[in-house]
Design a protein around this ligand. Structure first.
Ligand code: NAP
Length: 310
């Protein structure tokens, strides 16, 4: 089955929803392909305190749900599917959503970024058994237990602080002794009596695959090279994200880390294809900036369709 749409938006995080809202209000009846992680990173977070308009903060999942409802009110259509491959060589662009094909007169890529893993020998085997990248999803399972969080940015601080709701103790392990995290988030974690810090330390492996649960991590000191086992019931990762742009490899320009390259904020090198949000932003990566570029992408798509015909 095949269909042709004015605008297809890949991804349903903050940038995708905002692009959908603007495209819908321009009467373009956008199709939003939800992707593997509907709602994007906001759906995995807790309280969002820096999105303007919510003086008391708002829960991330609630914020994205509101955005979606707002876009749907103006005619955006959401589809539970993900993009498997795309042919941007001719217009309308051909998009494969599994077995289903969609032709798009204009394409907005808002596919975001997904959690980065450490690449430990036994990490993948223990995902879902104590290894996690989502504190809000999995923290509940570790009530009264000791937990390790890896990372030195805002994500790690946020995860660690959130996990103290359940855990008896949280140890943040960071490979340096300086932190990328914002001052306010770092101070909040430092002031939490349940949180300890282990700096200049890296995780080398996680045990125990045979028991199908996390029992300890193998640590190593960056300064001395000393290694030791550190007992823990869970390993949470807060070490940043990888852009979801692989399906455009060879067709759009990416930087060395795989982020889509754009000029004038949202233009890719293919006319009629725009990129917004975390898939193209390695610098700001905020909900509000993702929403901003989502808006820009939709406005540019609208202009493009006006000039080149729907
Ligand atoms: P980030 O700022 O890139 O921090 C990633 C952290 O993980 C860094 O400390 C990095 O160490 C460490 N790391 C990366 N790869 C590693 C590896 N292989 N082994 C060990 N450590 C590794 O990512 P983020 O914390 O996810 O934050 C991303 C963006 O989202 C930021 O702009 C942040 O402000 C924003 N954010 C905001 C909030 C909020 O305001 N509520 C919450 C979460 C995130 P190095 O420092 O040594 O490189």
């Amino acid at each position: 089955m095949s269909e042709t749409r004015n605008v297809v938006i890949i991804g349903s995080g903050c940038s995708g929803h905002t692009a959908a809202l603007y495209a819908a209000r321009a009467n373009l009846k956008p199709l939003v392909v939800e992707g593997h992680e509907p709602g994007g990173q906001l759906s995995l977070t807790t309280m969002v305190e820096n999105f303007p308009g919510f003086p008391e903060g708002i829960l991330g999942p609630q914020l994205v749900e509101n955005m979606r409802k707002q876009a749907e009110r103006f005619g955006a259509e959401y589809r539970t599917a993900h993009l498997t491959s795309a042919d941007l060589g001719q217009r309308p662009f051909l998009l494969h959503l599994g077995k289903h094909q969609v032709h798009a007169q204009a394409l907005i890529i808002a596919s975001g970024a997904s959690a980065r893993w450490l690449g430990l020998p036994h990490e993948q085997q223990l995902i879902g058994h104590g290894v996690s990248s989502c504190a809000t999803c999995d923290g509940f399972f570790f009530s009264g237990k000791e937990i390790v969080v890896v990372g030195g940015g805002d994500s790690a601080m946020e995860e660690a602080t959130f996990l103290t709701r359940f855990a008896s103790k949280v140890t943040i392990i960071h490979r340096r002794d300086e932190f990328r995290a914002s001052k306010i988030m770092l101070e909040r974690a430092r002031g939490n009596p349940k949180i300890d810090f282990l700096t200049d330390t890296v995780v080398e492996d996680v045990y125990d695959v045979h028991k199908k649960e996390v029992t300890a991590v193998k640590l190593s000191s960056v300064k001395t090279g000393k290694t030791w086992d550190f007992p823990t019931s869970a390993l949470f990762l807060g070490i940043g994200h990888v852009p979801n742009a692989k399906m455009f490899e060879g067709q759009l320009d990416t930087d060395a880390d795989g982020y889509l390259k754009t000029r004038n904020y949202v233009f890719t090198r293919v006319h009629g294809v725009y990129a917004c949000g975390d898939v193209q932003d390695r610098r700001y990566r905020q909900a509000i900036t993702a929403a901003g570029t989502g808006c820009m992408a939709a406005m540019e798509a609208e202009k493009f369709l006006e000039e080149h015909g729907k």
